[in-house]
Design a protein around this ligand. Structure first.
Ligand SMILES: NC(=O)C1=CN([C@@H]2O[C@H](COP(=O)(O)OP(=O)(O)OC[C@H]3O[C@@H](n4cnc5c(N)ncnc54)[C@H](OP(=O)(O)O)[C@@H]3O)[C@@H](O)[C@H]2O)C=CC1
Ligand SMILES: N[C@@H](CC=O)C(=O)O
Length: 432
């Protein structure tokens, strides 16, 4: 008996689409053994049909007309790897309304319209999977939804953007120049079409919002993620951090204490002993703490052609297995918990600050007194001479302090007569 075919409409043939095509073609035999069906890429949507591709694909497969995939009754599954938000949302809604299953790598879309699209999928008995949207090749979404279904997650911490981690790694290990390293990351296919989303933390914020929705069972909105990028991290900060035993990483943190949630993305100083501090280059890692299981960590490549394609094609395999069993669109659980967000006075961390001050006695006492007014106390302080005459640099690491207290204290310090400049400040995580 010959296997039935599943026909796939591939939207996009860039970095990820090329990987998807390669895997489906080269693993055809394995995929059909696992699913009992032949997976056939029946049509490919691109912008420019004449563009030279890096692999040989029959030219007849290419189209620039989305309807030739969306309206074709013979196409069973849409794999969306073209990016974009509003127009892509419409395409995916149209696909689901036609009863087509959808696999997407698009976190920009899922972070904003995920709730609506998943509802539409359920309404039409369709699968909508998006494993590749968070941490590229790491199967973290399936782990959260299935592997942690009986646990209660209280903390997730992650390096979830490969491009920014690649840049920070090159800066700290080789002293690389920011612009040159970004260009390299773009050439390697890691960066977004608009790389400001990678540098500015927005890409990581989208992923943290997806992780929080699935991990905490609440409908997390993207604008509820407090987001700061890594564009202002300097080689000087990296060197200071190293001297104090820290590494600077762009970290997403999602915590749930007593049903109160905080989610943020920001450049953070991690103690060298912290497991995330040794995640380098394009690698990502997501640390998940479950009340029952305790500490776990998921590690792997966060971007790039084949790692991301592996996540996409694995979703496709699940869709096809579900088709074979006739169970598509079942088993997806919508957020069911009430969401309560922490206020800034309820969010606690240690902080690092680097200040340029007048080099005279009494400055530190003045600063210590100001900090005490906001319940911020000093754990460690280092004073270094500065090349400017009569100036010094003060490096301060605080004890656990509220985010509100730190924000207020920073704006007060700016006003002090003997403080020339607040050079930088970072959240500090020791892993304790
Ligand atoms: N790159 C990565 O490592 C990862 C990417 N992702 C996500 O995967 C998706 C794809 O990323 P990536 O492969 O890097 O993107 P690319 O820019 O490399 O490729 C985009 C593809 O989509 C096509 N395309 C774009 N817009 C349109 C349009 N309006 N109509 C028709 N075709 C269009 C392009 O056509 P043409 O070739 O003719 O220009 C191209 O083939 C994005 O959502 C991204 O965020 C997720 C995880 C990792
Ligand atoms: N630009 C993203 C790609 C994967 O999501 C990244 O660098 O992580």
């Amino acid at each position: 008996m010959t296997n039935q075919s599943v026909r796939v409409g591939l939207m996009g043939m860039g970095t990820v689409g090329t990987g998807v095509y390669r895997l489906v073609e080269s693993h055809q035999e394995d995929l059909s053994q696992q699913t009992g069906m032949n997976i056939e890429i029946a049509r490919i949507l691109v912008q420019d049909k004449e563009k030279k591709r890096t692999i040989d694909v029959e030219s007849d497969l290419f189209t620039d007309d989305p309807d030739s995939l969306l309206q074709d009754p013979e196409i069973d599954v849409i794999v969306e790897v073209m990016g974009g938000v509003e127009r892509t949302r419409e395409h995916i809604l149209a696909a689901l309304q036609q009863g087509k299953h959808v696999v997407t790598a698009n976190k920009d879309l899922m972070a904003v319209h995920g709730g609506e699209l998943l509802e539409e999928a359920a309404k039409n008995g369709c699968d909508l999977f998006y494993e590749a949207s968070v941490a590229g090749g790491i199967p973290i979404l399936r782990a959260l939804v299935e592997g942690f279904s009986s646990d209660r997650i209280t903390k997730m911490m992650g390096i979830v953007n490969g491009t920014s981690n690649y840049i920070l790694t090159k800066m700290s290990q080789e002293g690389g120049n920011y612009e040159d390293v970004l260009k390299e990351a773009q050439e390697l296919g890691y960066a977004e079409a608009d790389p400001t989303a990678d540098m500015g933390g927005l890409d990581a914020a989208r992923k943290m919002s997806i992780l929080s929705t699935l991990g905490f069972h609440v409908g997390m909105n993207l604008d509820e993620v407090d987001c700061n990028g890594m564009e202002n991290v300097t080689l000087e900060d990296i060197e200071y951090a190293e001297q104090l035993g820290y590494t600077i990483k762009l970290i997403g943190i999602a915590k749930q204490d007593d049903n109160l949630i905080e989610v943020s993305v920001e450049p953070t100083m991690l103690k060298h002993s912290h497991p995330l501090s040794s995640v380098h280059g394009v690698f990502n890692a997501v640390y998940v703490y479950g009340e029952a299981v305790g500490e776990t960590m998921f590690y792997g490549p966060g971007a790039g052609e084949l790692p991301t394609a592996n996540a996409v094609v694995s979703d496709l395999v699940t869709v096809v297995k579900n088709m074979k069993l006739g169970v598509n669109g079942r088993g997806m659980v919508a957020p069911y918990k009430e969401k309560k967000l922490k206020k800034d006075e309820e969010i606690f961390s240690k902080y690092f600050m680097r200040l340029l001050v007048d080099d005279q006695s009494g400055v530190l006492a003045q600063i210590t007194q100001k900090l005490a007014g906001y319940d911020v106390s000093i754990e460690q302080v280092i004073q270094r001479p500065h090349h400017l005459e009569h100036k010094a640099e003060l490096i301060i690491v605080t004890h656990q302090s509220s985010k509100k207290g730190i924000q207020e204290v920073l704006s007060e310090l700016e006003k002090l007569e003997h403080i020339e400049e607040i050079k930088s400040y970072y959240r500090v995580e020791n892993g304790d």
